[in-house]
Design a protein around this ligand. Structure first.
Ligand code: NCC
Length: 274
Protein backbone atom coordinates (compact mmCIF):
# COMPACT_ATOMS: atom_id res chain seq x y z
CA UNK A 1 0.00 0.00 0.00
CA UNK A 2 2.99 2.30 0.48
CA UNK A 3 3.79 2.09 -3.23
CA UNK A 4 0.42 3.08 -4.65
CA UNK A 5 0.38 4.94 -7.94
CA UNK A 6 -0.87 8.50 -8.05
CA UNK A 7 -4.30 7.43 -9.35
CA UNK A 8 -4.66 4.76 -6.69
CA UNK A 9 -3.65 7.26 -4.05
CA UNK A 10 -6.26 9.79 -5.20
CA UNK A 11 -8.93 7.07 -5.22
CA UNK A 12 -7.98 5.78 -1.80
CA UNK A 13 -8.04 9.29 -0.36
CA UNK A 14 -11.35 10.04 -2.04
CA UNK A 15 -13.04 6.96 -0.62
CA UNK A 16 -11.67 7.44 2.90
CA UNK A 17 -11.88 11.18 3.44
CA UNK A 18 -15.27 12.13 4.86
CA UNK A 19 -15.49 15.70 6.02
CA UNK A 20 -17.36 15.57 9.27
CA UNK A 21 -18.27 18.17 11.89
CA UNK A 22 -19.84 17.80 15.32
CA UNK A 23 -23.58 17.94 14.58
CA UNK A 24 -25.22 17.25 17.91
CA UNK A 25 -26.42 13.74 17.07
CA UNK A 26 -23.93 12.03 19.44
CA UNK A 27 -23.40 12.20 23.19
CA UNK A 28 -22.51 14.33 25.04
CA UNK A 29 -23.51 16.90 22.41
CA UNK A 30 -27.05 15.60 21.87
CA UNK A 31 -27.94 16.03 25.56
CA UNK A 32 -26.49 19.54 25.43
CA UNK A 33 -28.83 20.49 22.58
CA UNK A 34 -26.07 21.01 20.04
CA UNK A 35 -28.33 19.85 17.21
CA UNK A 36 -30.03 23.24 17.70
CA UNK A 37 -26.75 25.10 18.18
CA UNK A 38 -24.86 24.10 15.02
CA UNK A 39 -25.58 25.91 11.72
CA UNK A 40 -28.41 24.51 9.58
CA UNK A 41 -26.25 24.49 6.47
CA UNK A 42 -23.47 21.92 6.66
CA UNK A 43 -19.87 22.23 5.48
CA UNK A 44 -20.56 19.45 2.99
CA UNK A 45 -23.10 21.77 1.32
CA UNK A 46 -20.28 24.11 0.23
CA UNK A 47 -19.00 23.62 -3.31
CA UNK A 48 -16.44 25.61 -5.27
CA UNK A 49 -14.60 25.34 -8.58
CA UNK A 50 -11.10 26.73 -8.08
CA UNK A 51 -9.73 26.94 -4.56
CA UNK A 52 -6.53 28.21 -2.98
CA UNK A 53 -5.01 27.00 0.27
CA UNK A 54 -2.52 29.51 1.66
CA UNK A 55 -0.01 28.24 4.20
CA UNK A 56 1.25 30.63 6.84
CA UNK A 57 4.92 29.95 6.02
CA UNK A 58 7.57 32.68 6.12
CA UNK A 59 8.37 31.85 2.51
CA UNK A 60 5.11 33.52 1.41
CA UNK A 61 6.96 36.82 1.91
CA UNK A 62 8.09 38.47 -1.34
CA UNK A 63 6.13 35.88 -3.35
CA UNK A 64 3.94 38.50 -5.09
CA UNK A 65 1.25 35.80 -5.29
CA UNK A 66 -1.57 37.92 -3.87
CA UNK A 67 -3.38 38.57 -7.13
CA UNK A 68 -3.13 34.95 -8.25
CA UNK A 69 -4.43 33.72 -4.89
CA UNK A 70 -7.39 36.12 -4.94
CA UNK A 71 -8.41 34.93 -8.43
CA UNK A 72 -9.62 31.63 -6.94
CA UNK A 73 -13.31 31.14 -6.11
CA UNK A 74 -12.52 30.30 -2.49
CA UNK A 75 -9.44 30.93 -0.34
CA UNK A 76 -8.60 28.98 2.82
CA UNK A 77 -6.31 30.40 5.52
CA UNK A 78 -5.18 29.22 8.94
CA UNK A 79 -5.24 30.34 12.54
CA UNK A 80 -4.17 33.95 13.09
CA UNK A 81 -2.65 34.48 9.62
CA UNK A 82 -3.59 38.03 8.56
CA UNK A 83 -4.05 39.52 5.09
CA UNK A 84 -3.98 43.22 6.03
CA UNK A 85 -0.51 44.55 5.30
CA UNK A 86 0.46 41.43 3.30
CA UNK A 87 -1.95 41.71 0.36
CA UNK A 88 0.74 41.72 -2.33
CA UNK A 89 2.10 38.38 -1.17
CA UNK A 90 -0.92 36.53 0.23
CA UNK A 91 -3.97 38.31 -1.23
CA UNK A 92 -6.93 39.66 0.70
CA UNK A 93 -9.75 37.20 0.08
CA UNK A 94 -10.60 34.73 2.85
CA UNK A 95 -13.52 32.36 2.42
CA UNK A 96 -12.79 29.75 5.07
CA UNK A 97 -10.47 29.80 8.06
CA UNK A 98 -9.38 26.69 9.97
CA UNK A 99 -8.32 27.43 13.53
CA UNK A 100 -7.00 25.21 16.28
CA UNK A 101 -8.42 25.27 19.80
CA UNK A 102 -5.61 27.55 21.04
CA UNK A 103 -7.03 30.37 18.95
CA UNK A 104 -10.43 30.28 20.61
CA UNK A 105 -9.12 29.77 24.14
CA UNK A 106 -5.97 31.89 24.51
CA UNK A 107 -6.59 35.48 25.44
CA UNK A 108 -3.87 36.87 23.18
CA UNK A 109 -5.81 35.87 20.07
CA UNK A 110 -8.91 37.90 21.07
CA UNK A 111 -11.14 35.46 19.28
CA UNK A 112 -14.42 37.11 20.23
CA UNK A 113 -13.42 40.60 19.09
CA UNK A 114 -10.75 40.27 16.37
CA UNK A 115 -11.95 41.07 12.83
CA UNK A 116 -9.76 38.20 11.57
CA UNK A 117 -12.48 35.74 12.51
CA UNK A 118 -15.44 37.69 11.10
CA UNK A 119 -17.13 37.33 7.72
CA UNK A 120 -15.72 33.88 6.95
CA UNK A 121 -16.72 30.26 7.43
CA UNK A 122 -14.86 29.08 10.55
CA UNK A 123 -13.81 25.54 11.43
CA UNK A 124 -12.17 24.84 14.77
CA UNK A 125 -10.43 21.61 15.77
CA UNK A 126 -8.98 19.97 18.86
CA UNK A 127 -7.48 16.49 18.74
CA UNK A 128 -9.45 14.25 21.18
CA UNK A 129 -7.96 10.78 21.63
CA UNK A 130 -7.57 8.30 18.81
CA UNK A 131 -10.30 6.15 20.42
CA UNK A 132 -12.77 9.02 19.81
CA UNK A 133 -14.31 9.10 23.27
CA UNK A 134 -16.31 12.29 22.84
CA UNK A 135 -17.41 12.52 26.46
CA UNK A 136 -13.81 12.47 27.68
CA UNK A 137 -12.93 14.96 24.97
CA UNK A 138 -15.69 17.30 26.09
CA UNK A 139 -14.53 17.07 29.71
CA UNK A 140 -10.87 17.55 28.90
CA UNK A 141 -9.99 18.99 25.50
CA UNK A 142 -6.39 20.11 24.84
CA UNK A 143 -7.65 23.69 24.98
CA UNK A 144 -11.21 24.52 25.92
CA UNK A 145 -12.99 25.19 22.66
CA UNK A 146 -16.50 24.20 23.63
CA UNK A 147 -17.58 27.18 25.72
CA UNK A 148 -16.12 29.61 23.18
CA UNK A 149 -18.00 27.77 20.42
CA UNK A 150 -21.30 27.89 22.30
CA UNK A 151 -20.84 31.57 23.08
CA UNK A 152 -20.06 32.57 19.50
CA UNK A 153 -22.91 30.52 18.04
CA UNK A 154 -25.32 32.42 20.28
CA UNK A 155 -23.71 35.82 19.67
CA UNK A 156 -23.21 35.38 15.91
CA UNK A 157 -25.79 32.82 14.74
CA UNK A 158 -25.46 34.03 11.14
CA UNK A 159 -21.77 33.05 10.92
CA UNK A 160 -21.14 29.49 9.66
CA UNK A 161 -18.97 28.06 12.44
CA UNK A 162 -18.23 24.36 12.94
CA UNK A 163 -16.22 22.04 15.17
CA UNK A 164 -14.33 19.49 13.06
CA UNK A 165 -15.14 15.96 14.16
CA UNK A 166 -12.11 14.12 15.64
CA UNK A 167 -12.98 11.23 13.37
CA UNK A 168 -12.11 13.35 10.33
CA UNK A 169 -8.79 14.26 11.94
CA UNK A 170 -7.78 10.72 12.87
CA UNK A 171 -8.88 9.32 9.50
CA UNK A 172 -6.38 11.70 7.93
CA UNK A 173 -3.73 10.48 10.35
CA UNK A 174 -4.48 6.87 9.29
CA UNK A 175 -4.11 7.93 5.67
CA UNK A 176 -0.67 9.36 6.32
CA UNK A 177 0.44 6.31 8.32
CA UNK A 178 -0.87 3.91 5.67
CA UNK A 179 1.23 5.56 3.02
CA UNK A 180 4.62 5.42 4.69
CA UNK A 181 6.81 2.60 5.94
CA UNK A 182 7.91 4.68 8.93
CA UNK A 183 6.04 4.78 12.23
CA UNK A 184 4.71 8.30 12.44
CA UNK A 185 4.12 10.15 15.69
CA UNK A 186 0.63 9.56 17.17
CA UNK A 187 -0.29 13.24 16.97
CA UNK A 188 -2.93 14.84 14.77
CA UNK A 189 -2.02 16.17 11.32
CA UNK A 190 -1.38 19.91 10.99
CA UNK A 191 -4.15 22.38 10.26
CA UNK A 192 -2.57 22.75 6.83
CA UNK A 193 -3.09 19.10 5.93
CA UNK A 194 -6.66 19.16 7.24
CA UNK A 195 -7.27 22.21 5.08
CA UNK A 196 -5.91 20.56 1.96
CA UNK A 197 -8.16 17.53 2.41
CA UNK A 198 -11.14 19.73 3.25
CA UNK A 199 -10.69 21.70 0.01
CA UNK A 200 -10.12 18.55 -2.05
CA UNK A 201 -13.55 17.50 -0.76
CA UNK A 202 -15.30 20.81 -1.56
CA UNK A 203 -13.55 22.04 -4.72
CA UNK A 204 -12.89 20.85 -8.26
CA UNK A 205 -9.25 22.11 -8.37
CA UNK A 206 -7.05 23.03 -5.46
CA UNK A 207 -3.89 25.17 -5.56
CA UNK A 208 -1.79 24.91 -2.42
CA UNK A 209 0.81 27.61 -1.69
CA UNK A 210 4.01 27.03 0.30
CA UNK A 211 3.13 23.67 1.81
CA UNK A 212 5.94 22.23 -0.28
CA UNK A 213 8.54 24.96 0.04
CA UNK A 214 9.67 27.05 -2.95
CA UNK A 215 13.19 28.38 -3.47
CA UNK A 216 12.17 31.16 -1.04
CA UNK A 217 12.19 28.56 1.74
CA UNK A 218 13.36 29.99 5.04
CA UNK A 219 13.50 29.04 8.70
CA UNK A 220 11.18 31.98 9.35
CA UNK A 221 8.09 30.30 10.74
CA UNK A 222 5.32 32.68 9.62
CA UNK A 223 5.09 35.50 7.09
CA UNK A 224 3.45 37.68 9.73
CA UNK A 225 5.86 37.16 12.66
CA UNK A 226 9.59 37.34 13.26
CA UNK A 227 10.25 33.95 14.79
CA UNK A 228 12.62 31.42 13.32
CA UNK A 229 12.17 27.69 13.78
CA UNK A 230 12.53 25.11 11.04
CA UNK A 231 10.15 22.80 12.95
CA UNK A 232 7.37 25.01 11.55
CA UNK A 233 8.17 23.79 8.06
CA UNK A 234 9.28 20.23 8.79
CA UNK A 235 7.29 19.43 11.91
CA UNK A 236 7.82 18.31 15.47
CA UNK A 237 4.43 17.65 17.06
CA UNK A 238 2.57 17.20 13.78
CA UNK A 239 3.65 14.52 11.25
CA UNK A 240 4.29 17.42 8.87
CA UNK A 241 7.12 15.91 6.86
CA UNK A 242 4.97 12.86 6.03
CA UNK A 243 2.03 15.08 5.14
CA UNK A 244 4.27 16.91 2.70
CA UNK A 245 5.68 13.77 1.12
CA UNK A 246 2.13 12.56 0.53
CA UNK A 247 1.04 15.86 -1.04
CA UNK A 248 4.12 15.79 -3.26
CA UNK A 249 2.97 12.44 -4.66
CA UNK A 250 -0.40 13.98 -5.56
CA UNK A 251 1.00 17.06 -7.29
CA UNK A 252 -0.40 17.57 -10.80
CA UNK A 253 1.53 20.80 -11.37
CA UNK A 254 5.01 21.18 -12.77
CA UNK A 255 8.35 21.40 -11.00
CA UNK A 256 8.90 24.97 -12.16
CA UNK A 257 5.74 26.23 -10.48
CA UNK A 258 6.72 24.42 -7.35
CA UNK A 259 10.18 25.98 -7.31
CA UNK A 260 9.14 29.52 -8.14
CA UNK A 261 5.74 29.75 -6.46
CA UNK A 262 5.71 26.97 -3.90
CA UNK A 263 2.55 25.93 -5.73
CA UNK A 264 1.07 22.46 -5.80
CA UNK A 265 -1.95 21.65 -7.97
CA UNK A 266 -4.32 18.98 -6.74
CA UNK A 267 -7.48 17.52 -8.17
CA UNK A 268 -10.60 17.84 -6.10
CA UNK A 269 -12.31 14.52 -5.38
CA UNK A 270 -15.27 15.39 -7.63
CA UNK A 271 -12.79 15.40 -10.52
CA UNK A 272 -11.36 11.98 -9.58
CA UNK A 273 -12.96 9.01 -11.38
CA UNK A 274 -12.28 5.67 -9.73
O1 NCC B 1 1.79 27.68 12.39
P1 NCC B 1 0.41 27.34 11.95
O2 NCC B 1 0.07 25.82 12.43
O3 NCC B 1 -0.68 28.28 12.31
O4 NCC B 1 0.45 27.20 10.35
C1 NCC B 1 -0.69 26.78 9.59
C2 NCC B 1 -0.28 25.65 8.66
O5 NCC B 1 0.65 26.12 7.68
C3 NCC B 1 1.63 25.12 7.40
N1 NCC B 1 2.98 25.70 7.61
C4 NCC B 1 3.16 26.72 8.50
C5 NCC B 1 4.42 27.28 8.65
C6 NCC B 1 5.49 26.81 7.87
N2 NCC B 1 6.72 27.36 7.96
N3 NCC B 1 5.28 25.81 7.00
C7 NCC B 1 4.05 25.25 6.84
O6 NCC B 1 3.90 24.33 6.03
C8 NCC B 1 1.32 23.91 8.30
O7 NCC B 1 0.62 22.95 7.56
C9 NCC B 1 0.43 24.52 9.38
O8 NCC B 1 -0.53 23.60 9.86
C10 NCC B 1 -1.52 24.34 13.30
O9 NCC B 1 -1.32 23.42 12.48
O10 NCC B 1 -2.63 24.61 13.81
C11 NCC B 1 -0.29 25.23 13.67
O11 NCC B 1 -0.68 26.19 14.68
C12 NCC B 1 0.38 26.82 15.42
C13 NCC B 1 -0.25 27.82 16.44
O12 NCC B 1 -1.02 27.13 17.41
C14 NCC B 1 -1.19 28.80 15.70
O13 NCC B 1 -0.50 29.49 14.67
C15 NCC B 1 -1.76 29.83 16.66
O14 NCC B 1 -0.78 30.70 17.16
C16 NCC B 1 1.24 25.77 16.10
N4 NCC B 1 2.30 26.42 16.88
C17 NCC B 1 2.34 26.40 18.21
O15 NCC B 1 1.46 25.89 18.87
C18 NCC B 1 3.52 27.08 18.85
C19 NCC B 1 1.87 24.89 15.01
O16 NCC B 1 2.65 23.89 15.62
C20 NCC B 1 0.80 24.26 14.15
Amino acid sequence: TVHRSKVQLYCDMKSRTKVRTVDGTEEPFSSLGWDQLVPLQTVQDLHYQKCAVVMSAGSMLRSALGREIDSHDAVLRFNAAPTVGFETDVGNKTTIRIINSQIVSKRKHQFSSSPLYEGVTLLVWDPASYSLNLTKWFQKPDFNLFSAYERRRIQRPEQPFYVLHPQFIWTLWDLIQNNTEDQIQPNPPSSGFMGILLMMSLCRDVSVYEFLPSTRHTSRCHYYERNFDSACTFGAYHPLLYEKLLVQRLNEGNVDELRTKGKVRLRGFSAVQC
